[in-house]
Ligand binder design. Structure first.
Ligand code: CMP
Length: 143
């Protein structure tokens, strides 16, 4: 079954949006397979965002991600990578539709509350990076 990596960024944690965000994924019908509150170091954040290292906003992005604890999660379900990104909304909150997480809770691209893997391959890499210990093996009876 497909899995994706979802991270609630420091602004999402500080603003008390953790429960709301988890609720949206649960109510959609996805299954929580991994969850932890972590403060990551600069080198780890740089590794997570390695594909963006040449972007002008890279240093600011890394500073933002290490500015406070984040909630790292693995969610599982049919088409969860693509559907998860629909639940999250467009990267730039100015373009994300109302009803999406960023559409409802963010205004700045540099403070956009949440990250979701952009492909099955990215999800595999990000889950391996954030959950080297592995994730839960439980299967919902609805699977
Ligand atoms: P995320 O889904 O975590 O993937 C890459 C992140 O880079 C993105 O969300 C934004 O937080 C950030 N980002 C993308 N474009 C910009 C930009 N133009 N300025 C600042 N941050 C950006």
């Amino acid at each position: 079954m497909e899995q994706t990596f979802i991270m609630i960024k420091p602004d999402g944690v500080q603003r008390g949006l953790v429960g709301e965000i988890i609720s949206r994924f649960e109510k959609k019908g996805f299954y929580l397979k991994g969850l932890k509150l972590v403060s990551v170091e600069q080198s780890f954040a740089e590794k997570h965002y390695a594909d963006l290292s040449s972007k002008p906003f890279f240093n600011g992005l890394v500073e933002y991600i290490i500015s406070g604890p984040v909630v790292a999660m693995v969610w599982e379900g049919k088409n969860v990578v693509t559907t998860g990104r629909k639940i999250i909304g467009a990267t730039n909150p100015s373009e994300s539709a109302p009803g999406t997480i960023r559409g409802d809770f963010a205004v700045e691209i540099g403070r956009n509350v949440i990250h979701g893997s952009d492909s099955v391959e990215s999800a595999r890499k990000e889950i391996a990076l954030w959950f080297p210990e592995g994730v839960a093996q439980w299967q919902s009876s609805a699977h």
